[in-house]
Ligand binder design. Sequence first.
Ligand code: C5P
Length: 224
Amino acid sequence: MEKIIIALDGHAGCGKSTTAKAVAKELNYVFIDTGAMYRAVTHNFLTNEVDIADINDVNKALSKISLKFVLNPSTGIGEVHVNGQNVEPFIRNMEITSRVSDVAAIKEVRVFCVKEQQTMGKDKGIVMDGRDIGTVVFPNAELKVFMTADVKVRAKRRLKEMESKGVSTSLEDVIADIENRDHIDSTRKESPLKKADDAVVVDTSGLTIEEQVASILKLAKAKI
Ligand code: C5P
């Protein structure tokens, strides 16, 4: 069977990663969470006190980063490692979440991450979720989906997910974060978040995860 590239883009917190993970599992494809890469770079910059306004500092820091996804055999999920360290436990907290969009808006950071993503997808058979996969990373992806949902629905889901991971926050803070990230992501100069002309829009406001997965699998199977 021919392997394809599935690009899943969309707004923050609409279930892209959860859906992409399940779709990849069903098709026996590789799942790549590109948001984890921008989060890992942000974690590295904060740890090393990189001044993001100083491009030389940014370039120096990027030149020292080696980023890999390593499969966790007990979950079957790829976890992001930076210079051999698994940073997955440190990249989902509110501090990283509130800073990541500013780091992801830097051209040099995007060039660095996009190059890695293109290498990871060169053999196809991947489901990659992010903001610019269908527009910049794989403009020729066989299937492009643009996911969106009402902001309150997204925030409630995100809050539940964070609470289940023991991260404490409030609905108001989650709404503010989602709106802020969507604004920065959609208005930045470099690869802004936007629907690719040939992407299929899936509004997940009224859908369960199972329904989201089923709708994308149906679209994928029509292409394979
Ligand atoms: O997907 P997730 O919410 O984890 O992404 C975190 C942030 O990383 C986004 O808000 C966005 O600023 C950035 N990002 C991006 N391009 C991607 C994936 C994520 O700019 N392809």
